[in-house]
Write a protein that binds this ligand. Sequence first.
Ligand code: IMP
Length: 427
Amino acid sequence: MFDSKIRTIVIVGAQWGDEGKGKLVDVIAERADWVVRYQGGANAGHTVHIGDTTFVLHQIPSGILHSGVRCAIGNGVVLDAEKLFGEIDQLVADGIDVQGRLYVSDRAHLVMPYHKLVDAESAANKAIGTTGRGIGPSYEDKVGRRGVRVVDLKHPDRLRPLVERGVDHANALLQRFGSTSRADVEETMGRLMAIAPRLLMLADDVGLVMHRSLRGGGAILLEGAQGSLLDVDHGTYPFVTSSSTTVGGAATGAGLPPSAIDQAIGVVKAYTTRVGNGPLPTEFDEPLGSQVRQLGNEFGATTGRPRRCGWFDSVVVRYAARVNGLTGLAVTKLDVLDTLDRLAICTGYRVGDETLTEFPADIIALDRLEPLYEWFDGWRESIADVRRLEDLPEKARRYLDRIQELAETPIRFVSVGTRRDQIIEAS
Ligand code: IMP
């Protein structure tokens, strides 16, 4: 993956999140010096299975599971510090040495307790089906220029007026929502002062650290969270998260120039899933929906919610390939389809008399469309032990060939099971 010319690779989700980015980052990370998260926050849930232990990481990059790799949380992340410490403590309990390996951008914004309150009490956020981790309200405060950044913890006297402003704003919203909950300045200050010493020990200028690493010949893996169709600009707005999940966001959110990015790998499931509300054009009817949900264990890593499942949608993935400039695809969970008799790939949408082959901005159209499918025979055998593309059953290869043709992007990896070694790398 990395060589003398390829120094920075971005891993992004090319559907609606939960594509299996954590596993892919884990696989590539051993060849990197740094793994950096650049957006989102504790709404993410990256699951990695190593031996008998399952690690679910929410904010810490999955690269932390490789002892020689250092990890950073970039300025584009909204950080829940209390949850971060919980994650660090769990890793240490599981035998992972985190000391000196985790950096946090001093420019990252903090998710405050009142952001979670506002997220939970907002009817609009409930309609979207947010994760309730305070992500939207934190980004709103960031863009509204009333956020609190990690660096602000250094100056308690300057912190207090920022907190007062944030609490005022949150309480006005809570009142408008008809909620009886209220944020409190003293309580918030107390919690911030409690996290400050430990968090400031991790704080650094992550953009500068990355710049120096690249100058010294370092290799950087930028780990996206959520998926391209949840991007605040390019996703199925307003049923999106509040950050730039796509490759453009990787540069801004890590503090690197766009020209530093050499490659972008889009992670896609061999089918499609979505958690929360909003359009999912290829969503299965029952009983297939429940069947695939069980086969793929499609329950959210962060909230435990059942994921909605559907056929692979090539319109979505070709769109994600274009928006991100994907140089390769990683297809995950192909083994989940082992037992199906027939499989479909969506190649376009019919809306009235029109056929769409490009993903539309208008989500009302997405609700009314009829997906156009190409059908494939299932391979009906286990592929869990396959490690070379040429050893896959011919019917599975035909399915993958069509995916890369329609997505106009070559397949670089295929994941055939949850374990670290259950991966095929295309040569
Ligand atoms: P928020 O990011 O909590 O504001 O939620 C906004 C939308 O993004 C909801 O539909 C969530 O279900 C979805 N979402 C947020 N994070 C993830 C994720 O890591 N995987 C999948 N969906 C997510």
